[in-house]
Design a protein around this ligand. Structure first.
Ligand code: NI
Ligand code: MN
Length: 220
């Protein structure tokens, strides 16, 4: 499985013939290494409706004929716009052609009336990935860790989400094989040192941790 970081909380997971894009905030992110029209994806997973997560979902979904996977409120918004979308909600799991997706809780604003922010556990061609979305730390991350995670994508930027200290506690609870930080240094409000975070993770957990620069990929 190939994981590519497109800045902020945007990742592309590719395996077999499937490509899953998470929280595509490209236009308006000066650190984004690509434009929305450069992205190829079959599915777009959206954690919540804030602009730095829903971002370019509509344009990318339309161009790629991609299916948006999100909470019922956001998927419903996408269906109303004529896009393909699959409605889910927290705790629910569904089998797709690439594997399965389970929506997890995330302690954060939804950004859409009646909604809830979420995270995702994704099984892509046999590998389990946790994308935390925007969230504070919660003890039930230990339950999410029972999915035997190959990869955890965790926010570390503080202010709007976990900062590095709480994200380190999250890494301890999740026990993923690999941890990659996200949601930092996009603006001064989310300034963080991802290298220091990764060193701390490797020191106190059994996880490997690595920083991806925007545009960089890693193969699991
Ligand atoms: Ni947010
Ligand atoms: Mn955010």
């Amino acid at each position: 499985m190939k994981v590519t970081f497109y800045g902020h909380a945007c990742f592309l997971l590719e395996s077999g013939g499937s490509s899953l894009l998470f929280d595509p905030f490209l236009q308006g992110n000066s650190l984004a290494p690509v434009a929305p029209e450069d992205i190829k994806a079959n599915y777009i997973l959206v954690s919540h409706f804030h602009g730095d997560h829903f971002g370019d979902t509509e344009a990318i979904a339309k161009k790629n004929d991609a299916t948006v996977i999100s909470s019922a409120e956001i998927a419903g918004y996408c269906l109303d716009k004529g896009l393909k979308a699959h409605k889910m909600h927290i705790g629910g799991k569904y089998d797709f052609d690439f594997g399965w997706v389970k929506l997890t809780q995330a302690f954060h604003g939804a950004g859409i009336p009646g909604g809830l922010a979420c995270g995702f556990v994704v099984n892509l061609e046999g590998k389990n990935v946790y994308f935390a979305g925007d969230t504070g730390l919660f003890g039930d991350m230990a339950l999410i860790g029972e999915h035997k995670l190959d990869l955890a994508l965790l926010p570390i930027g503080d202010n709007f989400t976990m900062g590095p200290e709480d994200a380190l506690k999250a890494a301890k609870l999740l026990q993923a094989a690999t941890v990659i930080p996200m949601h930092y240094n996009t603006w001064p409000l989310v300034k963080a040192d991802p290298e220091a975070f990764c060193q701390a993770v490797e020191k106190v957990t059994g996880s490997k941790a690595l920083v991806l620069a925007p545009g960089e990929s890693h193969t699991l």
